[in-house]
Design a protein around this ligand. Structure first.
Ligand SMILES: *Cc1c(COP(=O)(O)O)cnc(C)c1O
Length: 365
């Protein structure tokens, strides 16, 4: 069976050595040495500062909203954030969970990222933030978005869950905005089993976030403000250190698969229009088919040969009941209905790729 993705499993011997160390130290969590080491190594690898490891990518978003003061306003005061309806549910549900109303603005039909032209008109007196997503690792129009935020006094929190390692104009894409969040879930390009991180622009917000993820505790006998538990533990960090060591292998294998899909399907299916100023991390292999009917036919034909692609992201989030919004974002709803993500992971063979391509081509023809 060929799933859409498989978690990357690094060298077992190396992981065992890290676990031996954990057993010797008997330090399992609470800012342990491996969490500290992974923090430094990631800052170095990604070329960022002010990185905070947390227990998952959803809490990374929630902590970022809190650290930047988007949440925690006076009782009864409405807070809104403008975000994209074309994403994983956590982008918008994390806002709702924090008492912030997601206001969905449409995506660009080519890049599938939040269309900056739709953001301006969605700003109201209750808007506090913009939460764009670098969807499938494709860099948003960061300069225009940052500019809209500045002019309106809004915070920008990029959901960079797909954008691990992406460079923009020669620097890290993850250094943009007031904060960028990452997910290190097992299925992501880089992972720590479960986990995530926040990259803050300002150290002041990093320091606030450090308190937030540890119950607001600042010393053995001091509690400074409301907090929660969002700490990463030593086992997660051990996995991360091992996966990080093998990123080159991981990226090389994915790049080859991605390029094989691109050269075979370019011109037959619509592929994502990638930001020309940004690099590709080959995290996903999305293709847009010509109709929802073709999605059904393609998925069925692939299943017949043992391949299980996924409909990422479906449905468009503006149609999810509890947001109480209308599915009025035309491009997001259209793309969500016609998209599938093809398998891409280390270990997928050339033969597998050829098999998948031939089925997709047959339907698209
Ligand atoms: C995976 C993902 C998240 C959530 O991350 P978790 O680590 O699973 O909590 C958030 N946003 C996007 C876009 C994601 O793909």
């Amino acid at each position: 069976m060929i799933p859409v993705t498989k978690p990357y499993l690094p060298s077992r011997e190396k992981l065992d050595r890290y676990l031996d160390g954990i057993y010797e130290r008997q330090r399992l969590t609470n800012k342990g040495p491996l969490v500290q080491e992974l923090t430094r190594r990631l800052e170095d690898y990604l070329g960022v500062r002010n990185l905070l490891l947390v227990s998952n990518g959803t809490l990374a978003l929630q902590i970022a909203y809190r650290a930047l003061g988007v949440t925690g306003r006076a009782v009864g005061e409405r807070a809104e954030a403008i975000t994209t309806p074309f994403s994983f549910i956590a982008t918008a549900s994390s806002l709702k969970w924090e008492g912030i109303e997601p206001v969905f603005a449409d995506i660009d039909p080519g890049t599938w990222c939040l269309d900056p032209a739709q953001v301006g008109p969605a700003v109201t007196s209750s808007t506090r933030a913009i939460v764009p997503v670098h969807v499938f690792g494709n860099a948003c129009d960061v300069e225009v978005l940052d500019d809209i935020a500045q002019r309106n006094g809004l915070k920008v929190i990029y959901d960079g869950a797909h954008a691990f390692g992406v460079a923009y104009k020669g620097a890290s894409l993850l250094a943009r905005g007031d904060a960028t969040t990452l997910s290190f879930h097992a299925t992501k390009l880089f992972h720590t089993l479960e986990g995530g991180a926040i990259v803050f622009k300002d150290e002041e917000h990093l320091e606030r976030a450090k308190r937030l993820i540890n119950f607001g505790i600042t010393g053995p006998e001091t509690i400074e403000g409301l907090g929660i538990n969002a700490k990463m533990n030593e086992f997660q960090a051990a996995m991360g250190l091992c996966v990080l060591d093998e990123m080159a292998v991981n990226l090389q294998a994915r790049a080859a698969i991605w390029q094989a899909y691109e050269s075979a399907l370019q011109g037959r299916c619509q592929l994502q229009l990638r930001n020309p100023n940004a690099s590709n991390n080959y995290a996903y292999a999305p293709v847009l088919l010509s109709s929802e009917t073709d999605v059904g036919i393609t998925m069925a034909a692939l299943r017949e040969v043992g391949v299980y692609p996924r409909r990422y992201f479906y449905p468009s989030l503006d149609s999810v009941d509890y947001f109480g919004t209308e599915a009025h974002n035309r491009h997001s709803n259209d793309v969500a209905r016609r998209i599938i993500c093809l398998p891409i992971y280390v270990g997928l063979t050339d033969r597998d790729v050829a098999k998948i391509v031939s089925v997709v081509e047959r339907v698209a023809a």
